[in-house]
Design a protein around this ligand. Structure first.
Ligand code: PGA
Length: 231
C-alpha cells in the first residue's frame, strides 16, 4: 500500500476564531473510533498569520497534522518589507508550497523568482511542494514533492480525469528524481479515491475542500476507502 500525502490549502481564508473552530471540529473527527489516519501524511498550508496559533494548537491537541506555508520570500532575513523569510516560516512549519498558479497569475511570479524561493526554503530546511500546470513546467533542483494542478481545474468544480492526471504525473516522475507527485484541482471527498487509485498519484492537494473540517476529514477517510456516512 502506498503512503498517501494529503495537502490542504486554505489560501487567503480564515482568522484565528475560524481556525479555532476548524480545529475543534477536526479534533472531534479524529476521536471517532473509525478514523484511521495510518499511512498518511496530512499537511495543512495556512496563511502566515495563522501559523503560530495553529502550531501551538496542533501540538496541544496532538493532531496528526503537519503545518505548511503557501509561499515564502525569495530573499533571506533583512530589509524586504512585507516579505516573510524561509527561516521565519521554519519556526512554525515544515512545508511550503512554492509556485502555485495563483502566485504566478496574481503576483507575476516567474520561474526565476520561484527558483530563488526554492533555494531559500531549502537552506532553511523546509520541505517544498512545487506546483506545475503540466509536465513541461520547469522544476528547480531541491524540490521534495510536486503538485500537478491544471489551472482550469482549480476552484472550478471541474476536476481533471484521474487517468490523464496519472499520465501527466507519470511523465513528471519519468523526467525527474521526485518520487512524491500529487494532484490538485477540485478534489472532493467524492472523487479523491479515484485519483488515489491511479498508480502514479501519491496524494492530493484540496483547496476548497480543506476549508471545512468535516469535509476535509471526510476526504481523508475517503482516501483510505472508508465510508463517509460513518463520520
Ligand atoms: P481547489 O484548489 O481544490 O479549490 O480546486 C486547489 C488548489 O488551488 O491548490
Amino acid at each position: 500500500m502506498k503512503s498517501l500525502f494529503i495537502v490542504g490549502n486554505w489560501k487567503s481564508n480564515k482568522g484565528i476564531a475560524e481556525a479555532h473552530d476548524w480545529l475543534r471540529q477536526f479534533n472531534a473527527k479524529c476521536q471517532m473510533p473509525n478514523a484511521k489516519w495510518k499511512d498518511l501524511a496530512i499537511v495543512l498550508c495556512v496563511p502566515y498569520t495563522l501559523l503560530n496559533f495553529l502550531h501551538d494548537q496542533i501540538k496541544q491537541l496532538n493532531l496528526p497534522i503537519v503545518l505548511g506555508a503557501q509561499d515564502v520570500s525569495p530573499f533571506g532575513d533583512g530589509a524586504y518589507t512585507g516579505a516573510v523569510s524561509a527561516r521565519q516560516v521554519k519556526e512554525f512549519a515544515d512545508w511550503v508550497i512554492i509556485g502555485h498558479s495563483e502566485r504566478r497569475k496574481y503576483f507575476g511570479e516567474t520561474d526565476e523568482v520561484l527558483a530563488q524561493k526554492v533555494a531559500q526554503a531549502k537552506t532553511a530546511g523546509l520541505n517544498i511542494i512545487y506546483c506545475v500546470s503540466d509536465e513541461n513546467t520547469v522544476i528547480p533542483d531541491g524540490v521534495d514533492a510536486v503538485a500537478y494542478e491544471p489551472v482550469w481545474a482549480i476552484g472550478t468544480g471541474k476536476a481533471e480525469t484521474p487517468e490523464h492526471a496519472n499520465a501527466v504525473i507519470a511523465g513528471v516522475k519519468a523526467k525527474t528524481q521526485i518520487r512524491s507527485v500529487i494532484y490538485g484541482g477540485s478534489v472532493t471527498p467524492d472523487n479523491v479515491a479515484s485519483f488515489l487509485a491511479q498508480p502514479a498519484i501519491d496524494g492530493v492537494l484540496p483547496g476548497g475542500a480543506s476549508l471545512d473540517a468535516g469535509i476535509f476529514a471526510a476526504l481523508i477517510l475517503a482516501s483510505q476507502g472508508q465510508a463517509l456516512q460513518t463520520l
